[in-house]
Write a protein that binds this ligand. Structure first.
Ligand code: HEC
Ligand code: HEC
Length: 514
């Protein structure tokens, strides 16, 4: 992929023109994304205290080519004949470079931000093989789809007479298909990417002749070490990465349900549940572990740049996940790992941030009666939930240390820390690249349209979250159940577990009204 760079001079000239004639200047005060001083405070340190994280330099970042955002079109899951006609009609369309003319108003920004949200990192040529394989994956991986549309990928026209398939947009992971087939952009996504990857890898492995299997094993192992490696951690989940077989990786991938993901930097048995981005503006810490701070839109821009996927070029002491032999950076723009060869432009990131801030929750189609909601609110207050899940955001925006981590004194000046652990499984925040030693207090807004719950999505529903049987060793997690475990206690967060059945129903009705 070759993205021509926007001329710096033309942007400057344009900005001066806009400021002079069109806009209130404040609208276009765009923060600098790769501001090293801001990044230093933005990133929380690893909990082990000895491994330093060094992101790529400012000069490396700004010498990456900028992405272009082209108009995209939905992928319809029609029959083959209807699809041929649809593809033929797309073939006649001209590419539309959406940032060719600059946004002039706040509304323009939000509209373009939505396009950035749906804009893929990877493009490949459309083929009928792709279309057949996609239809098969929808069945084999039980992918929720929306009224015959596949909402996680798009078709993109970036060249005349060519239809490309675009994957790896923000929308791929942050779009939720509801049981009635409607989609909610920005909600906890439910594209089961890991499960699909596992099934696809398994099918592929079966098609290989025996002599190719070792190469396949080695390739899978190296690729996954890039995604999940944290070699300074002395825990089985890390040490096994050096010798793990493809078959075992596949089993791990297949165990991940919709709504949960082994995000890069996380690990097989420590995945992250996908957050709801609606309401993000009010949250002070990003990611379950509060890995990145959110002080202003500049931090949101940094979050997007890091996670899509320039954090793969961070140096953890001397380990660079997407580096050559895990050690060295390629020349800027030559990175082979998805997304490491380019960057979003500043205006694209700014527009993306504006779009995320403008996301609105959907209307609840089945509200409970006001009486029961009122009763539930009383239970919520009596049980002390509001201490942590404080209205109106339903979070106090604090970090809670995990079991096994003692915050150093300096942290109390830097971060908002609640001085108690809620006792949930600490592994995501101790043994991965996403670790900080904390879990944040999540907001409870919008729980009616999301799930599974908890940092790794171990429980499917609020009923299960408030079911004290989850504390028993013979519990079968209803959300993410690690591969190779039949049962597992989902421990910690023992709040609201001792209430009566009626109180529980009322509490849940209240939670679902938020
Ligand atoms: C491959 C799937 C995937 C893609 C692509 C992706 N995300 Fe995410 N995103 C996740 C997961 C999983 C998490 C949770 C990570 C964690 O808690 O450690 C997350 C977390 C976030 C958060 C933190 C929210 C919070 O409340 O903590 C934000 C903001 C976010 N993503 C925005 C974006 C944007 C913007 C893009 C596109 C530039 C994007 N994501 C692309 C999967 C994805
Ligand atoms: C001491 C602070 C604290 C109190 C009190 C508390 N919570 Fe939480 N809550 C948390 C933290 C921290 C998490 C995240 C834990 C994790 O994922 O490991 C959480 C997670 C949750 C979740 C899962 C949300 C998600 O997005 O995954 C729900 C639901 C929830 N709490 C409801 C409640 C209710 C209901 C009460 C009262 C009965 C309550 N909490 C009391 C701190 C608290």
């Amino acid at each position: 992929m070759n993205y021509p760079r926007l001329s710096f001079i033309s942007i400057c000239t344009f900005a001066v023109f806009m400021l002079g004639f069109q806009l209130k200047p404040a609208l276009f005060e765009i923060p600098k994304t790769w501001d090293i001083a801001a990044i230093k405070q933005f990133l929380l340190p690893l909990p082990d205290g000895t491994t330093q994280v060094t992101p790529i330099s400012e000069s490396y970042y700004y010498s990456l080519p900028e992405m272009k955002v082209f108009k995209s079109y939905p992928i319809r899951l029609a029959g083959m004949e209807a699809n041929r006609k649809y593809i033929d009609s797309l073939m006649t369309l001209d590419p539309v470079d959406l940032f060719e003319s600059e946004p002039r108003t706040e509304q323009d920004l939000v509209r373009l931000g939505e396009e950035v949200f749906s804009s893929p990192l990877i493009l490949f040529d459309y083929s009928e093989e792709f279309f057949k394989a996609l239809n098969e994956s929808v069945k084999s991986a039980e992918i929720p789809v929306s009224k015959n549309t596949f909402p996680y990928y798009t078709y993109v026209i970036d060249e005349k007479s060519k239809v490309k398939v675009g994957i790896f947009s923000c929308a791929m992971c942050h779009t939720r298909v509801m049981p009635d087939g409607s989609t909610i952009k920005g909600a906890q996504g439910n594209f089961p990417m890991d499960r699909m990857d596992g099934i696809d890898a398994e099918t592929y492995a079966k098609s290989l002749p025996k002599e190719k299997l070792k190469e396949f094993d080695d390739g899978m192992r190296t690729g996954r070490k890039r995604l999940h490696g944290a070699p300074w951690v002395n825990h089985f989940s890390q040490t096994e990465l050096d010798t793990i077989s493809a078959a075992k990786i596949i089993a791990y991938l297949k165990a991940i349900p919709p709504g949960v993901m082994i995000r890069h930097g996380a690990n097989y048995n420590q995945p992250a549940s996908i957050p709801d981005l609606i309401g993000i503006k009010g949250r002070k810490y990003l990611d379950r572990t509060g890995l990145m701070m959110h002080r202003n839109i500049g931090d949101m821009m940094r979050y997007a740049a890091f996670n899509q996927t320039l954090d793969m070029l961070n140096s953890y002491n001397d380990f660079i996940p997407a580096g050559i032999d895990f050690k060295a950076l390629t020349e800027p723009g030559k990175g082979e790992f998805v997304g490491t060869d380019k960057r979003y432009s500043e205006i694209q990131l700014f527009a993306l941030g504006k779009y995320l801030y403008a996301l609105k929750p959907p209307k609840n189609p089945n509200p409970s009666s006001p009486d029961i909601v009122k009763k539930g609110k009383l239970v919520f207050e009596r049980e002390g939930c509001a201490t942590c899940h404080t209205p109106p955001l339903y979070t106090n925006n604090k970090l809670t240390p995990v079991d096994g981590f003692n915050p150093p004194a300096s942290h109390h000046d830097l971060y908002d820390i609640l001085g108690m652990s809620v006792g949930t499984d600490p592994k995501l925040s101790l043994y991965t690249r996403r670790s900080t030693g904390y879990y944040k207090v999540p907001s409870l807004l919008g729980v009616w349209y999301r799930g599974p719950f908890g940092h790794s999505g171990h429980v499917a529903t609020l009923e299960d979250w408030l079911d004290k049987r989850r504390l028993d060793d013979d519990y079968v997690p209803t959300g993410f159940k690690p591969a190779f475990s039949k049962t597992m206690a989902v421990k910690g967060h023992e709040f609201g577990l001792e209430i009566t059945k009626e109180e529980k129903a009322a509490l849940i009705a209240f939670l679902k009204s938020l």
